[in-house]
Ligand binder design. Structure first.
Ligand code: FES
Length: 103
């Protein structure tokens, strides 16, 4: 998996295992979910409104562009949520359809 972010420093923190669209992924302890995802993926999620891949905008909790769906049915604002071991993130349209199907 190629990421949009490239980690330059603090590479020696303990790893955190999580999942992106069912695939095993690794972040570092203290990463936000946004950083952990974008270190391994080109996009944070795909827009539920069909306007393409999203990667967040403000990175400080203000714009709401970084909400991601989790497999357990909840969602998280990726730029302010620390990545946790075992988190299961959905970035594909199938996960976003959950939003638009009225479920
Ligand atoms: S990137 Fe703006 S709220 Fe997360």
């Amino acid at each position: 998996m190629t990421g949009s972010f490239h980690r330059l420093a603090e590479k020696d923190r303990p790893t955190v295992e999580f999942f992106i669209d069912g695939r095993a992924a690794t972040g570092l302890e203290g990463d936000t979910l946004l950083v952990a995802i974008l270190n391994q993926a080109e996009a944070l999620r795909h827009s539920e409104f069909g306007d393409g891949p999203r990667a967040g905008f403000c990175l400080m909790g203000a714009c709401q562009d970084c909400w991601v769906r989790l497999e357990n049915g909840t969602s998280a604002r990726a730029c302010t949520t620390p990545v946790d071991a075992g988190m299961r993130v959905l970035t594909k349209a199938s996960g976003a359809q959950w939003l638009t199907n009225g479920s």
